[in-house]
Design a binder for this molecule. Structure first.
Ligand code: NAD
Length: 266
């Protein structure tokens, strides 16, 4: 079945690399106009936007720190200036500042919470305000708007040495569910995707060589994920094929979250 996002506008945060770049490309391929947010790396975001346009699609690159209210306001204004409306938000920006609890600084904690959780709050709030004030697109989606939070298996799986990251993703889970409870009656669908181990810049030291082999022990399906695994699911979750899916987290993790350590144990 062909999925079409024609006549719809998507904003993807953290779209200059990894999962966000693949998601932006996949949404554009499905027909959506895409605003590709970058934080510090304008060039790859602009390159991706140029490629989408060269292939006949619509795209712009938009700079913003998702943890800053002023930046988020500007990013939404630029998206609306370019495309006139918004139908899909993929709140994907995220980072890690890893340290054991004895060494984790307040700055490590605040930086991760500010981007991974406050950033998701600010973008979701701005998207919900826009969805609420605009008309449903006649040729667009059944929903008034769709939000997809990029969470992580670590919204469920505790992660020693990464308490800031796990706490931020645990927060995203209840942010998503509470928003879904609050705004579904407006016709807005809010859901999350929880990737497992996907090979991207965020984890390149852990997905290759010996570390990669060790990581495979945690993945029953036997391979590390590709960005396309997440991008394909995001397109589905943004489309009307998932129109009755509300307040759910879709785990895309090769089975990492089903506690593979218990296969021969416990
Ligand atoms: P990545 O490092 O390639 O992408 C993260 C993106 O977030 C980058 O484009 C970066 O510029 C952007 N970003 C960081 N701080 C920002 C800020 N303040 N404002 C705006 N953008 C900012 O890594 P990725 O793996 O593609 O990560 C994307 C998302 O997927 C993250 O939320 C991450 O937590 C989540 N995730 C990734 C994996 C994985 O295995 N790769 C697993 C679970 C969850």
């Amino acid at each position: 079945m062909q999925i079409s996002l024609q006549h719809q506008v998507a904003l993807v945060t953290g779209g200059s690399s990894g999962i966000g770049a693949a998601v932006a490309a996949a949404l554009a391929k499905a027909g959506a106009a895409v605003a590709i947010n970058y934080h510090s790396q304008r060039e790859p975001a602009q390159k991706l936007a140029d490629k989408i346009v060269a292939d006949g699609g619509k795209a712009i690159a938009v700079g913003a720190d998702v943890g800053s209210q002023a930046d988020v306001d500007r990013m939404f204004a630029q998206t609306l200036d370019a495309f006139g409306r918004l139908d899909i938000l993929v709140a994907n920006s995220g980072l890690q500042r890893d340290a054991g609890i004895d060494d984790m600084t307040l700055d490590d904690w605040n930086t991760v919470i500010n981007t991974n959780l406050t950033g998701q709050f600010l973008c979701a709030q701005a998207a919900i305000r826009q969805f609420t004030r605009q008309d449903i697109q006649p040729n667009g989606s059944r929903a008034r708007g769709k939000i997809i939070h990029m969470s992580s298996v670590h919204q469920r799986v505790p992660w020693a040495g990464h308490v800031n990251y796990a706490a931020s993703k645990g927060g995203v889970d209840l942010l998503m569910q509470s928003l879904a409870q609050e705004v579904s009656e407006r016709g807005i669908r809010v859901n999350s995707i929880a990737p497992g181990a996907i090979a991207t810049p965020i984890n390149q030291e852990n997905t290759k060589g010996e570390a990669g082999e060790k990581l495979l022990e945690l993945i029953p399906y036997g391979r590390i994920g590709d960005v396309e695994d997440v991008a394909n699911a995001t397109v589905w979750l943004a489309s009307d094929l998932s129109d009755y899916v509300v307040g759910t987290t879709l785990f895309i993790d090769g089975g990492m979250s089903v506690y593979p350590e218990f296969r021969d144990n416990g």
